[in-house]
Design a protein around this ligand. Sequence first.
Ligand code: G3I
Length: 351
Amino acid sequence: MRFGRIAAFLAVSLAVAGSAPASAHPSPGHDDGSLRAAARGSGVHIGTAVDMAALAADAPYKAAVAREFDTVTPENVMKWEVVEPQPGVYDWAAADQLVDFARRNGQLVRGHTLVWHSQNPAWLTEANYTPAQLRALLKKHIFDEVGHFKGRVWAWDVANEVFNEDGTLRDTIWLRALGPDYIADAFRWAHQADPKTLLFLNDYNNEGVNAKSDAYYALTKKLRAAGVPVQGYGMQGHLALQYNLPGDVLENVRRFDRLGVKTAFTEVDVRMQLPSDTAKVQAQAEGFGLLLRACLIAKNCVSYTVWGFTDKYSWVPGVFEGEGSATPFDENLQPKPAYDTLRETFLLVRR
Ligand code: G3I
């Protein structure tokens, strides 16, 4: 029945006029106009990255996280530099707060991220440690962090951004010190620390079929053939209107379906060169819809997460000069057409 609806579904225009966001306290099962209500029963979780400073200081932001999403990802507070600022000195406070918030609001948590080249603590360098010590540190980090959140984190982005655009492995502290097997080791350690959590690869520019996603396809196949517990393929989904939208996302997601792994869109936003205008806002809505459509049509796509839901706290303007307006809500927490497209898309496809 799902596939019978696809043609009609694809033909539907996803640009819909703005509507008001939902009320703060929906009753279960009732469509209160939120994304969360629209996603219910679709088989795909709807998530957002959460900025913990905003969650603490901004009540409307906090209410919207609870109202609109059934999954949360810490934007920064589970990263190594935050959880272990000094060797052996852990600070789980902010991450625990988010996990508690999620539990109170009936939300799942996506953990982000265990092994990465970025946002590592300043003390973690090749000058300070031998390769054998670095391997022991990575193992301890994964056991300690996954162990700390055991039973409370639904899925982990285990290995983040391990490939270059050309499909070669990224030159990182981990590749240099430990060689390519660090990826398999990270998955094995995470699985040992919490056998029930779902373990994901995760990257950007890997949504369509290209050299990078080919490399992930080959790696996933190889790891699974070797019995390494990789259960998911994460596509961040950081799109930019000036680079066009990838046309072959569904084809890519489907080949990972066939490998038997779950897939997820983990950090979706669609940035644009400012100023915004009506055409860009509509194109942005299509970008959000394109990825959600692929997720809903694919068999094993389990979640769709936006990397921040409001322009008030988006990472984009701080990194890309002259770009922004990348999220489904504006700075005043008012929904844009992208928001309505997400809701409409959920409501059109039921798995
Ligand atoms: O926490 C410090 C704060 O103490 C200090 O006062 C402030 C001064 O600049 O910096 C704060 O740290 C910043 C941190 O975000 C928390 O706000 C860092 O400078 C800043 O670099 C960091 O940026 C994050 C970025 O990852 C780092 O690579 C973004 O918020 C976050 O959205 C972004 O997320 C990544 C994903 O993890 C992986 N995929 C790409 C995505 C976007 O870059």
